[in-house]
Design a protein around this ligand. Sequence first.
Ligand code: ATP
Ligand code: MG
Length: 568
Amino acid sequence: MTTPATTSPAGGSETATQRIAAGYATTAAAVTLGSVVVDTVADPTALVKIPLSMFNRHGLVAGATGTGKTKTLQVIAEQLSTAGVPVFIPDVKGDLTGLFAPGEPGDRTTQRAAETGDDWAPAAFPVEFLSLAGQGGAVPVRATIDSFGPILLSNVLGLNDTQESTLGLIFHWADQRTLPLLDLKDLRAVIMHLTSDEGKEDLRELGGVSKATAGVILRAVTNLDAQGGDAFFGEPELVVSDLIRLAPDGRGVISLLEVWKLQTRPVLFSTFLMWLLAELFEELPEVGDLDKPKLVFLFDEAHLLFADASKAFLQAVQQTVKLIRSKGVGVFFCTQMPTDVPGPVLSQLGARIQHALRAFTPDDQKALAATVKTYPITEDYKLSTALTSLGIGEAIVTVLSERGAPTPVAWTRVRAPRSLMAPAPANAVAAAVANSPLFATYGQAVDRQSAYEMLTARVAPTAAPGAAPVTIPTGTAPVPGTPSAPTVGADGWPSLVPEPYNPYLDEVPASVPAPVPSGQPRGQTGQGSGGLGEMLNNPVVTSFMKSLGTSLGGAMGRSVFGTRKRRR
Ligand SMILES: Nc1ncnc2c1ncn2[C@@H]1O[C@H](COP(=O)(O)OP(=O)(O)OP(=O)(O)O)[C@@H](O)[C@H]1O
Ligand SMILES: [Mg+2]
């Protein structure tokens, strides 16, 4: 540590703070996190900044409970919004709705503003309130089973590796039969078919799928259904571009995912966030490094994501975080212990904002020692002591400078949020939801014809004699809510050749796609839209896909997470 301010000329500590702050100096747009503290004194002229251009190098916000992590996310979200950057942030404890209401002035805020060089004034921000399955009255967001894919769904269902492989094969079978898996009842119908007497042949064809394993998966699906998963899976599916919006005044919209009532299924929430990232990866064009990110994803309570996750899932998280950078998306993980985040992911996070750590147990001490090692060398602080002595709303910070080099380690007093540090009034939130343009799109669930209906129809008593099999004209988009069916072959199964209108496609194909040669996965054809095509040429991804081995079978047309590639 430097000489304490009390025993040295004032200039002594000022020099240290100014020297540290010089490493953060930038003329480009940046988020100002707070001011440098040396020997417990904050220097309001020594500012700690994260350049907007470096947000796509990702970051970590960590710290023990109550140390100020969520408030740090609030401060970051506010400044990004002001800079015209849309933000996505899950609201795990319900306290971030305060972003929507102006903060309350008070002595503590005034003092913190003075210490952090902040011309603090109360401000409210443009917030869109979303929720899984419409909890708490927010705009409901949903995803289809198909687009979740086998890896993410296995994570939600808590399946082991063998069961995950089996689920991959079940998806593959449904793919081959053009049976859309939109909601849980579709998946249940497919598994029930495969485990029924009638489905014996199909099960055998699939190979490697035991009836017992399929039964275990079926039970897991039924449990998820009972816990409210049925309301989340289905259509209309969230389109990720709806998260990348600006308010009329040019500020970035902050999409707040209200998940605090979803205690029974935290893994559904965390997996949904990963699905969003995978979707963003697929949908956004390659842009390289931008002056400011297109979207910043603040991932509070990220430990939920990694706990008990399968190897395939962890690999997919790692790949997505790595690859999404060039799509202009920044991801900040927020968790209590840095060790909650697997090493390969941690090593890709350019910014570290470490709030106070506790070192009560031997395990805590080990984690503390490990954390110290991840920081650049500093002579200004003794990190093992500093990390346990930080005050609330203070953090040990190092980020990447505009040039991409690690900035000096800075004990930082974080600025106070300008919005409310408590939940916004419920009636204000309700009014915002009612006026949301997204409510019209996502407010009502749509249950269109999919695997369940198709399988049920197949086993139902045959229609009136002479009734022709139902076909739908290719190239005609279904109106949401209007039942549609693919061509049904002589064997009663939807046929693949010629490929019928694919109900997964959101857009009408310009012409009927050529039949896919057998053995070639569908998703590998005709995707010129960057995303998957480029990704499949990426050696990192292909080796990853290979590492999935047979677990996904012919599902190479799926993305990094095995989510279905939609052609838009
Ligand atoms: N930057 C800040 N400015 C002013 N007050 C702060 C700041 N950071 C934290 N605080 C104070 O500390 C309290 C706890 O902060 P916060 O909720 O962010 O902690 P947390 O680390 O997210 O806790 P948990 O792990 O329980 O979610 C806040 O309610 C607020 O009173
Ligand atoms: Mg918190």
